[in-house]
Design a protein around this ligand. Structure first.
Ligand code: ZN
Length: 481
């Protein structure tokens, strides 16, 4: 049976506002539990919520950046369910009137552009945090601790349409969304800190079918690696079930990182189970045109626009994608070096390869203040002009990161400038020819690969100061090759 998987992803991004969504509690990154609390985020009787304007601005930013149409007259809804870390017994969310709908996000996969359709972008408040001691699962824990510091922190939820076709595409989508949140400065985008959390809805159906299969929701994936593996596992599990004639149950499954399997958590509830109704404590969310225009004007250069700018310098899509997802200083350094050298490929390779490699080796996270784009540009230019070898360039760069000096000073001190004087090179070439008559004979009889040996001898004899290209050129001339 030919089967095709279909994936939809729901992502929650924690917004980096100063205060929580509906109260004045500060959002603070602390290990100490239950210190940022008030009657509102603890759900005590009589407490009333007041929406956070900055959070609504951030959600609108993301909705506009993903090309969504904005709901001017929106609403807050209550999503009713019980869980120990949800003291109100409902979560304030949005139901049929989200901030944004029907957008899309450009992603890069296999060196090609693709688009993921976005169904909706809406507000949600975070819950508290339950720690199930012993097993990590509520059903087999010895006890559970509750921390409400996170309760009421504003989240934006982004829901894709069921259009993603593979785990690889899912990872590319999350990488793009993460970068977008960073560029918009609405989140630091740190997965390890839980700034971004995602669930995947996966179904498998016969390839020729126009209908989707029964969807299964996977939770508890906390890294891109676990997202990729959980999706692959689930596609395999559902495919073999269908091939065996089994029925897929609509349910929520838990990704077990250590066992690398998904296990059933609960049968999936439909939206009717949550008894959504509009929150009577909060007025409607009305977004005036003036507000929407103001947010639109504050949009920065988006990741796909940055990719296009990089491609205009001559880089390919894949390299442009790498740089568009780099730290800001790397992205900016590339443009400065490119503007000096006009060599896009060398600028890219030196920055993403050598420079970052050296920094990792030296265990430094930022460059010293004397290091400038001009210094790196000079190294690239010296190589492009054949004045130094590529290997010497690496030596120079290593010193430039550790010492306030110039490429010229290092090249002179370490005697790295190559001999480009034809007369001087010819002299050495002829010496090598005289000393290796047997090899010369074999080259003339067709053993081409020995040319490389001769070039090696010439460079060795010059103490490494001869440029290999010139050595080869003059050797060929002298031997009439
Ligand atoms: Zn509070």
């Amino acid at each position: 049976m030919n089967l095709k998987p279909t994936i939809g992803i729901e992502t929650h991004i924690e917004l980096n506002t100063n205060t929580k969504m509906f109260c004045r509690c500060r959002v603070v990154d602390t290990e100490e539990p239950n210190v940022n609390l008030c009657p509102t985020c603890l759900g005590l009787p009589g407490a009333l919520p007041v929406p956070n304007e900055k959070a609504i601005r951030y959600i609108t930013l993301l909705a506009l950046a993903t090309g969504c149409s904005i709901t001017k007259k929106g609403m807050f809804h209550r999503k009713n369910y019980f869980y120990p870390d949800l003291p109100k017994n409902y979560q304030i969310s949005q139901f049929d009137l989200p901030v944004g709908e029907n957008g899309n996000l450009e992603i890069v996969i296999d060196n090609e552009k693709d688009y993921v359709e976005i169904e909706r972008v809406h507000m949600e408040e975070d819950t508290g945090k339950s720690s199930h001691e012993g097993s990590g699962r509520i059903d087999s824990a010895t006890s559970t601790s509750l921390d409400f510091n996170r309760s009421g922190i504003p989240l934006v939820e982004i829901v894709t349409k069921p259009v993603i076709k593979s785990s690889k595409e899912a990872v590319a989508y999350i990488e793009e969304l993460r970068q977008l949140a960073i560029e918009l400065e609405i989140s630091e985008g740190k997965l390890e800190k839980g700034n971004l959390r995602f669930d995947a809805n996966i179904s498998v159906a016969p390839s020729e079918s126009n209908e989707l299969g029964t969807k299964v929701e996977i939770k508890n994936m906390n890294s891109l690696r676990s997202l990729e593996r959980a999706i692959d596992f689930e596609i395999k599990r559902q495919s073999s079930a269908l091939e065996n004639g089994d029925i897929i149950i609509q349910e929520t499954r838990h990704w077990d990182e250590s066992k690398e399997t998904t296990t059933s958590m609960r049968s999936k509830e439909g939206s009717a189970d949550y008894r959504y109704f509009s929150d009577p404590d909060i007025p409607n969310m009305v977004l005036p045109d003036e507000f929407i225009n103001q947010v639109k004007e504050s949009l920065p250069s988006l990741p796909h626009e940055n990719r296009n700018k990089l491609m205009e310098t001559g880089l390919g899509l894949s390299d442009s994608n790498v740089l568009s997802k780099s730290e800001k200083w790397i992205f900016e350094l590339y443009f400065e070096v490119f503007n000096n050298t006009k060599d896009s490929k060398a600028s890219f390779n030196w920055i993403t390869g050598e420079l970052q490699g050296q920094m990792r080796k030296l265990e430094i996270k930022s460059l010293p203040n004397w290091f400038s784009a001009n210094l790196l540009s000079d190294v690239i230019k010296l190589i492009d002009e054949n004045k130094i070898s590529f290997t010497s360039g690496k030596v120079i760069l290593e010193e430039l990161i550790q010492m306030d000096t110039t490429p010229d000073e290092i090249a002179k001190r370490l005697d790295l400038y190559q001999e480009n004087d034809e007369v001087a090179i010819s002299k050495i070439v002829n010496e090598i020819i005289d000393n290796n008559q047997d090899i010369v004979e074999r080259i003339k009889n067709g053993e081409d690969k020995l040319v490389g040996f001769m070039v090696g001898q010439i460079i060795k004899s010059s103490g490494g100061s001869i440029n290999p290209g010139m050595a080869k050129e003059i050797l060929s001339k002298e031997l009439n090759l």
